[in-house]
Design a protein around this ligand. Structure first.
Ligand SMILES: Cc1ncc(COP(=O)(O)O)c(C=O)c1O
Length: 411
């Protein structure tokens, strides 16, 4: 007898944590389309369309704009393992958990990793990063745009300009901000940017958009290699050290995503359909309108929390628009409130990690989940759960304040 378990029947939730968040039904629909062979001309056209769509989304002219199969950290690994030769110096400014992640990945790639840190809840003054670049003289800087662990967003334009001036390559992890907060790859002189679908793009986790410019292309081509077995006659590998990962070797992925269509992995067909639909939805809405919608939701969540007498976490001048951190009032058990919101209201919000574990909740308003009714229902549920756990906000004031903040004209 086999144990077949029940049919899949996941509970209906509103995913309003730091991600993953609710997928847009159009994306789920796209994922149910028939599979195609990866060299089917219909499929390779979809690959080309994805490249065009993500160039527009990221406001870049970069030819190399495609997808890495795997969750967002697959994109980070692809960028770093392809760029870092053992011994290269990499500077990572850390203002939350995901800076630590980049430093760890760079360490695994054999880099001489230098870090600078600020307290969680703050970001760097660009001058601090620029001073560290001058002190450590790295080949690469890897920085997170919005670190969901702290809900803070690092301004990037000045760091980009300094990296270019010092001839340093800049990697940006935009997993948590792509299509939710303004991002200008070319204008801000970002050399390589990696992201994910599962936050403001409202897709499932499992695909990492990447874009990189000619500076990165030149660096990785110094290590170009092609698998024996598919190597064209006469091919000579570059003299640089072979990239330590086959799966994440950007030089082989470039062959796969260009006219030569040199075989690599089997493309994750349904994820590509998802990524394509995510980008179409964002561009159809319009980037400026999308950023404004996330800012509106942030304004409403903040007004609601304030009216409930709660304390927002961190440096509010650098708060991410798509996720809000709020301190757990003393005497309240954060996880008990979260469980009640999940079990009694079907709403998921997040806690955090490391120094912030049990200290803050994180409320995400991202992509498809970034809607007026979601903000209101979430605040109502939070109020009810707080009352049940010993904290009594002024009744109804959170939602009333959030509603009027949402309805205010945008600045
Ligand atoms: C800023 C940032 N970087 C990287 C990641 C890691 O992404 P994944 O879990 O998809 O590998 C996350 C996930 O929350 C994130 O918020």
């Amino acid at each position: 007898m086999h144990n077949l378990f029940d049919d899949l029947n996941p509970p209906q939730r509103r995913l309003m944590g730091p991600g993953p968040v609710d997928a847009d039904p159009r994306v789920l629909n796209a994922m149910s389309m028939p599979l195609l062979g990866q060299f089917d001309p219909a499929f390779t056209s979809y690959m080309n369309e994805v490249m065009v769509l993500y160039r527009q989304l990221l406001r870049t002219e970069n030819r190399w704009t495609f997808l890495i199969d795997g969750t967002a950290r697959a994109g980070i690994e692809a960028a770093l393992v392809s760029l870092i030769s053992p011994g290269d110096r990499v500077l990572v400014p850390i203002f939350g958990r995901f800076g630590h992640l980049a430093a760890e990945i760079a360490t695994r790639c054999g880099a001489d990793v230098r870090t600078i840190e600020v307290e969680w809840g703050r970001v760097f003054e660009p001058s601090q990063v620029i001073a560290a670049i001058r002190e450590h003289r790295p080949q690469i800087v890897s920085v997170v745009h919005g670190d969901t662990s702290t809900t803070m967003a690092q301004p990037l334009a000045e760091i980009g300009a300094a990296c270019r001036e010092e001839d340093v390559l800049l990697h940006v992890d935009a997993t948590a901000t792509i299509s939710g907060i303004d991002m200008r790859v070319d204008e801000w002189q970002i050399d390589v940017l990696t992201a994910g679908l599962q936050k403001c793009l409202s897709g499932p986790p499992g695909c990492a958009p990447i874009t990189f410019n000619e500076r990165v292309e030149a660096r990785v081509l110094e290590r170009k290699h092609i698998e024996q077995g598919i190597r064209p006659a006469g091919f000579e590998a570059a003299t640089g050290m072979i990239i330590a990962s086959n799966y994440f070797d950007l030089t082989m992925l470039m062959d796969y995503w260009s006219e030569s269509r040199l075989n690599h992995h089997t493309e994750a067909t349904s994820m590509l359909y998802a990524a394509r639909e995510c980008a179409r939805i964002a561009l159809q809405e319009g980037l400026e309108e999308r950023f404004a919608r996330h800012a509106r939701a942030s304004r409403a969540v903040c007004a609601g929390l304030d009216a409930m007498g709660l304390v927002r976490f961190g440096d509010q001048a650098h708060k991410m628009a798509n996720v809000t951190g709020v301190e757990i009032p003393s005497g309240v058990t954060g996880d008990a409130v979260r469980s009640m919101m999940l079990e009694d209201f079907g709403i998921e919000i997040g806690t955090s990690f490391g120094p912030l574990a049990g200290r803050i909740w994180r409320i995400g308003t991202m992509g498809y989940a970034c809607r007026k009714e979601n903000v209101m229902v979430c605040l109502m549920a939070l109020e009810a759960a707080l009352c049940a756990h010993g904290y009594r906000p002024p009744p109804g004031e959170g939602v009333a304040a959030a509603l009027s903040a949402w309805n205010e004209p945008d600045a």
